[in-house]
Write a protein that binds this ligand. Structure first.
Ligand code: BGC
Length: 920
């Protein structure tokens, strides 16, 4: 019995690592293994990138523990054959003495537009042994200069076509495409690629994202037909949905360029221009919020194939560009990720069929129907249903969320929309021809195709259920922009929601390329005065942003640095962030930043907005200071340190109640935020103005005033559990996290949530109550960082140094987390039975970790084994175990049952370890 749980946990872990693919191959090899997981700008074999000095990364494997990279050699060539001969004609780095296995900047010849580069890497380990070369990876440049673009923006209608004769055998072909609105590109009757809702949403006046496709297989020698369908997307937005902060465009437009190389070396270009022809197709209505109507009777058979006569079609019109730079879409595209079978079909009223997917998702439905021509089948989408079985759409406000398909007639028909998406669990079908069955509808899950990189499971089912709904909420709100929600007439890039969940998102999904683009989006909207906006791109909300929203600018940059070791993000954004911080300063003459719109939004107990803003000003200055330190901007770092000290003093003067030992009005949010930022003095003028008093009051409020429940909104929630853990009160944090009564995550689950809600309250009426709002999801970061104990160590950006400090709390018998970091998977998996704590740890090659094991209070002297060797005995470290370089006892916030418990820490190198701590 006793060993069942550990076995199950490590099995899951092994599966997770095994499933991650390329890491498998060199297990068992002796010495340094082939580098694996080669990426360029965070992407696997990307086509069409426009970073002129792209960064390369790889992961390492080694048969021994405690291994590091001491040198690398990268070869980049214009063909794989050259690499085979050992030649890097674009770049041969030679042997570079360096530990860097991520963020390695390409240092070869200038990379040219449209050219493919092939690359491989090998490394030297600590002993000077060289690994075999990696398999060959590639990256390809996009169109780097504006003059590379011969294409013209065209529009006029929603179908566009062009015939193109290619005289010769095709060796290579690329399509570069973007749109104002959405496009579906078709060649010779077939859709190109698997992207949907492309391109990503940007501030179109600043940037348009183009996608590069390899179309060699779809084009052919001889006659070709190129077609494009256009949708409205974010660019062509109904004025009903708020004031046009960003210019709305009257109709969608396309920009397309196809470049072909023939076998004889000839190069051909097809570019969108006014020689294209247009028509109106079967999509008669489309809108992100409102849905799509498709009249299959209006289909034009053969329009996207060659030989079709478009003589009667009017020519395309030249359309003015939005003025934005054409930049490569260097992040995963939006795709149909999965197809869900409904769990049930209800028939609440005659002719009304309601499907329940059993899961709230973002996307649409695929309809299967057979019936008379002209029958209109209507699908309406909802997150909720009434007891009667009818859908409840009271909370989606003005979004019509309705798709209609009008039948062609004849054969059975299958249809799904192209240019809309909905947030929903239920689908109401009316007007169906005949009687539908469960098979008539499928749910299509649609979001940006980020790879999952993290997993967390524990012996507590509530925690596991929370983790599940956090992940569902997070991924379904990734639609090129991270949105607040996916269902109502909003779906904006709210910056507050972004900053609250950024770390959680990074631990669960590979957000590196996605957030790199988000950072660009933020730069795009920054004003000359340094301000940023509440939503990015700016569609709702204010400029300047509420400081708890605008903080996403520095916060996200810092998360990118911490989590991915991304120094370039700091370099590229430092000046912008500095300017932003200066703007905040200009509004805070007495060092208190007071303006605020939302504060600790959706809290149960409100915290004064000016307090929240004042703290974020301090926080942002702090982040700028850290950035300046990393970048070696010493004077700036000093200036920030000085300013931060002044702000801290001003905040303590104004908001720290010396009589009560609380900040502002004493809410959990107020005290937790202040503690998180280390504001309270260790020693006050009286007994109450101190850190101890604030800590006492925070725990007192949670424990006695609220029976271990939160009163915070989503801004404050992010801080409470980490602060409790830091205080040595992970036990209390755990109690809060595992609640199932109002207000708590478990309460949402007990009431049927399959994605996180916007409110702690269970509301289903016409008020603001989205049932898919990921902003309370920060709790998942606490699962990884506290319960599994996986943290970036001090000076350890990108997991170069890892701090593993699992919080073994209460009756939690096991927890395990894995994060596939930029250096490889970091895993921690522990079990606890009274008297024995087992902690299994995996550290990637080229990283080091400190593992801090907590002791039970009652244990007294303990023995720690790693595998079958003793590493700790009689209060001392026992040397000699490979990979375990040091050990020491301490009182490092063990948070095990009692805050003052002892801990035992070990320094370890890469490898897999099983520590077992038992009472002597
Ligand atoms: C959004 C939030 C956002 C807030 C600003 C709401 O409408 O859905 O998530 O942060 O406005 O207060």
């Amino acid at each position: 019995m006793r060993f069942k749980a550990p076995y199950a946990v490590s099995f899951i872990l092994t599966l997770a690592v095994w499933a991650s693919g390329p890491l498998r191959q060199s297990y068992g090899a002796e010495g340094p293994g082939q580098p694996v997981s080669l990426k360029c700008e965070y992407l696997v074999n990307p086509l069409g990138i426009d970073v002129r000095q792209p960064r390369l990364s790889w992961m390492l494997e080694h048969s021994q523990r405690g291994q590091m990279q001491t040198a690398y050699q990268v070869q980049v060539a214009t063909s794989p054959a050259l690499l085979d001969q050992g030649k890097g004609d674009l770049w041969d780095s030679g042997k570079v003495a360096s530990e860097d296995s991520t963020q390695v900047v390409y240092g070869g010849k200038a990379l040219e537009s449209g050219r493919t580069a092939y690359w491989r890497v090998r490394y030297w380990d600590k002993g000077g042994n060289v690994s075999p070369y990696s398999a060959v990876a590639m990256f390809e440049m996009g169109l780097l200069a504006p003059s590379d673009w011969k294409a013209q923006w065209i529009g006029g209608n929603n179908l566009l076509r062009k015939e193109w004769a290619i005289a010769g055998k095709i060796a290579r072909a690329r399509a570069y495409v973007t749109a104002l609105g959405y496009y579906e590109l078709r060649i010779n009757g077939k859709k190109v690629g698997r992207n949907v809702l492309d391109p990503g949403w940007t501030t179109f006046e600043k940037r348009n994202l183009y996608t590069t496709y390899d179309v060699a297989a779809q084009l052919r020698q001889g006659a070709n037909a190129i077609g494009a369908m256009l949708g409205n997307g974010w660019a062509v937005m109904d004025k009903r949905f708020g004031p046009p902060i960003v210019t709305p465009y009257a109709s969608p437009a396309l920009l397309l360029q196809i470049q072909v190389e023939l076998e004889d070396g000839k190069r051909l270009t097809l570019a969108s221009d006014t020689s294209w022809k247009t028509a109106s197709g079967p999509i008669v209505r489309n809108s992100i919020y409102d849905g799509e109507t498709y009249d299959a009777r209006l289909e034009i058979p053969g329009w996207d194939q060659s030989g079709f006569s478009d003589a009667a079609w009017p020519p395309a019109q030249a359309v003015k560009s939005s003025g934005g730079a054409l930049t490569a879409q260097m992040m995963p595209p939006i795709r149909v990720i999965d197809t869900l079978v409904p769990v049930k079909m209800m028939n609440p009223q005659p002719g009304v069929y309601v499907y329940d997917l059993g899961q709230n998702i973002s996307g649409w439905a695929r309809l299967k129907v057979h019936g008379p021509r002209g029958t209109a089948v209507r699908m309406r989408f909802a997150e909720l249903a009434y007891d009667s079985g009818m859908i409840n759409r009271e909370n989606i406000r003005r979004a019509r969320a309705e798709d209609t398909y009008i039948l062609r007639g004849g054969e059975a028909e299958t249809w799904e929309p192209r240019f809309t998406y909905h947030g929903f669990r239920y689908i109401e079908v009316t007007g169906y021809a005949g009687t539908p069955s469960l098979d008539s509808i499928r749910g299509r899950l649609v979001h940006t195709a980020v790879e999952p990189v993290g997993s967390f499971v524990s012996s507590n089912p509530t925690l596991n259920a929370i983790q599940k709904i956090v992940r569902w909420g997070q991924r379904t709100n990734l639609h090129s922009v991270q949105t607040d929600c996916d269902q109502r007439d909003e779906r904006m890039g709210w910056m507050g929601d972004l900053q609250a969940t950024g770390e959680e998102a990074i631990l669960n999904f590979d957000m590196a390329a996605f957030y790199t683009n988000t950072m660009r989006n933020i730069r795009d909207i920054q004003g000359d005065d340094g301000t940023v906006t509440d939503t990015v791109p700016h569609k709702y909300g204010s400029r300047p942003a509420d400081p708890a929203w605008g903080t996403a600018f520095p916060q996200l940059a810092w998360y990118m640095y911490e989590q991915y070791g991304d120094r370039r993000i700091l370099e590229e954004n430092y000046e912008g962030i500095k300017k932003y911080v200066e703007f905040l300063g200009s509004r805070a003459p007495d060092h208190i930043l007071r303006y605020s719109y939302y504060g600790d939004w959706v809290a149960i107990q409100r915290t004064p907005g000016e307090f929240v803003s004042a703290l974020y000003y301090y926080y942002d200055v702090e982040i700028q200071r850290r950035m300046a330190e990393v970048l070696g901007k010493t004077a700036d770092a000093q200036a920030c340190a000085q300013l931060a000290a002044q702000i801290k003093e001003a905040i303590n003067r104004e908001f720290l109640d010396q009589k009560k030992g609380v900040y502002a009005n004493g809410t959990q949010a107020a005290n937790a935020m202040a503690l998180f930022l280390d504001l309270p003095p260790e020693h006050g003028s009286g007994p109450y103005g101190t850190k101890d008093a604030v800590q006492f009051n925070l725990t007192h409020d949670i424990l006695y005033e609220h029976d271990s429940h939160l009163t915070t909104g989503f801004i404050g929630t992010k801080f409470v559990l980490p602060v409790l853990t830091r205080m040595g009160r992970s036990d209390l944090a755990y109690d809060v996290a595992t609640q199932t009564t109002f207000p708590s995550w478990g309460f949402m689950i007990a009431n049927g949530a399959t994605t996180l809600w916007e409110l702690w309250q269970n509301k289903v009426g016409p008020s603001m109550n989205s049932h898919n709002h990921p902003m309370f999801g920060s709790v998942s970061a606490w699962f990884y960082q506290a319960l599994a104990g996986i943290n970036v160590g001090p000076q350890g950006a990108g997991y170069r140094r890892i701090l593993i400090q699992p919080q073994i709390v209460r009756d939690l018998a096991s927890a395990s987390g894995t994060v596939e970091t930029v250096r490889g998977p970091v895993s921690v998996s522990w079990t606890h039975v009274p008297g024995t704590i087992t902690v299994e740890v995996t550290v990637p090659v080229n990283s080091e970790a400190r593992v801090i094991l907590p002791k039970e209070d009652q244990m007294g002297e303990v023995v720690v084994r790693e595998g079958d060797r003793i590493v700790w005995d009689k209060g001392k470290f026992v040397a000699g175990t490979p990979g375990v370089t040091a050990g020491a006892a301490g009182k490092e916030e063990a948070a095990f049952l009692a805050p003052e418990s002892d801990t035992i820490g070990f320094d370890i190198g890469s490898g897999h370890y099983v520590f077992k701590l038992t009472a002597e």
